[in-house]
Write a protein that binds this ligand. Structure first.
Ligand code: NDP
Length: 291
């Protein structure tokens, strides 16, 4: 019997296994392509011959595959083996997928904990690797010490969908930031400014802007976007036109910038010109334009 089983030995599953081994845990592993298990076997991992053997080897099963469908594919045939065990699914997915997987696992007698990994593989095992968890409190509490080997754990409640919800919201913030950074570097690069020269300026600007987020939170929670407005939406929508025009003039694609302009225009058309930019969050919520 081992302490933990890891199913999925891609870049992330390998890093998870190494972190468990580093903390002295006995780890059983399984991967669809067996070759990926060899290096871990040399470090002390036990390689299971089948998914079923891997599940039966430990009280807690950590799964880290590419997408949820592959988790179903791998585990559905061995559902009987899950009974009485804790399934910790660290595969990236949506809240709905997590809730459905939780229901499936609970029906088969397992504790289900969903997780969101807010780190890249080299960070795993360090304190800056944040792992979000939600789902069975009992399952999380029973195995929180082993899971602590992966980084800093944050438990977000019994609703299995909460970890992926937070994960995806954090990724939305990250990709929004990355999109803006790409545009900035394409624009400055087109003028021959090396990225290495511009990035320090960009970093301090973004840090200064981040300082305003607590006020954003206050306004959004209060539903009041009109008091103490120093940079109203109307002004920002006009200035944003320059961002589009300057990009076009420099031969830079505007594909990342246009959706934000569309939202700003909708805000102005909805009478929010004198409100703060935070009023656009309500517009996103109340007028769903998903495609
Ligand atoms: P990889 O592409 O490196 O590995 C994918 C894993 O999924 C492999 O073990 C692969 O097996 C397995 N797999 C894919 N399809 C199937 C299938 N049909 N049946 C069985 N196994 C299958 O991805 P990562 O390890 O990087 O990512 C794993 C999860 O972690 C993803 O959900 C990802 O979003 C999440 N994540 C990754 C981060 C990263 O920076 N890498 C950061 C945060 C989260 P095989 O080796 O046989 O192909």
């Amino acid at each position: 019997m081992s302490d933990i089983t890891v199913i999925g030995l891609g870049a992330m599953g390998t890093a998870l296994t190494e972190a468990f081994l580093d903390k002295g845990h006995v780890v059983t592993v399984w991967n669809r392509s067996p070759a990926k298990a060899q290096a871990l076997a040399a470090k002390g991992a036990i390689v299971a011959a089948s998914v079923e053997d891997a599940v039966r080897a430990s009280p807690v099963i950590v799964v880290c595959l590419l997408v949820y469908d592959t988790v179903h594919e791998a585990l559905a045939p061995v559902w009987e083996a899950l009974s009485g065990r804790t399934l910790v699914n660290l595969t990236n997915g949506t809240p709905e997928q997590a809730r459905a997987m939780s229901q499936w696992a609970v029906t088969h007698g397992a504790n289900y904990v969903d997780g969101g990994i807010m780190a890249v593989p080299p960070m795993i095992g360090g304190q800056h690797a944040l792992i979000l968890y939600s789902g069975s409190r009992q399952g999380f509490d029973m195995h929180s010490e082993q899971l602590g080997a992966l980084g800093t754990s944050k438990y977000l409640g019994e609703d299995a969908g909460m970890a992926p919800l937070h994960d995806i919201a954090l990724l939305a913030g990250m990709y929004g930031l990355f999109g803006g950074v790409m545009q900035a570097l394409a624009l400055t690069g087109s003028a021959g400014i090396p990225a290495g020269e511009f990035v320090p300026l960009l970093m301090s600007w973004l840090q200064a802007m981040q300082g305003g987020l607590p006020k954003w939170a206050e306004q959004i929670d209060a539903g009041d976007h009109t008091s103490d407005v120093a940079s109203n939406l109307g002004m920002q929508a006009e200035a944003y036109v320059n961002l589009i025009d300057a990009s076009k003039a420099a031969g830079i694609s505007t594909e990342l910038m246009l959706p934000m302009q569309g939202l700003m225009k909708r805000g102005v058309a909805a009478g929010k010109a004198n409100a703060d930019l935070t009023s656009l969050v309500e517009l996103l919520r109340s007028q769903n334009r998903s495609i």
